[in-house]
Design a protein. Sequence first.
Length: 162
Amino acid sequence: MKRFLSVLAVTAALPAAVSAQQFGGHFMESWDTDSDGTVTLAEVEIRRGDIFYMFDSNEDGFLDAQEYVQFDETRVADREVHMEEAQETASRGASMGQGKGQGTGMSAGISGVQNAMTLAYNDTDGDGQVSREEFTSNTAGWFVTMDKTGDGVVNADDFGRK
């Protein structure tokens, strides 16, 4: 279960250089908990809670600076894996379509996903650590940045050119 949650956690930090199509696929695989093709705010809240508990290694209800180092290192490692996958795909000459769900309009969204996992973003009271409440309370704002179509869910339509 920890390994599965690790994959979920680090998926939230994909590099901006990865295409929107690739990013969208990884995002949907990790965050669409009921596999219905849409990600709801409720699903994101659950996943962020899982991520928090996975990295709260001392189980004190806070992610401190040391735990954030582990979290950040895990996210960096995941970015490297996804970059390698993207480079392999590109080197094989795979075409990145230009149609719906295949454009590059999500770079801001990808950056938003990365930023929404940082200590600076989540430490809303500035005490140098992040409580579970701080970590999950930012979810709605983050979700809105992902929901490019404004329909209340994140799906393939949110990963196309805008």
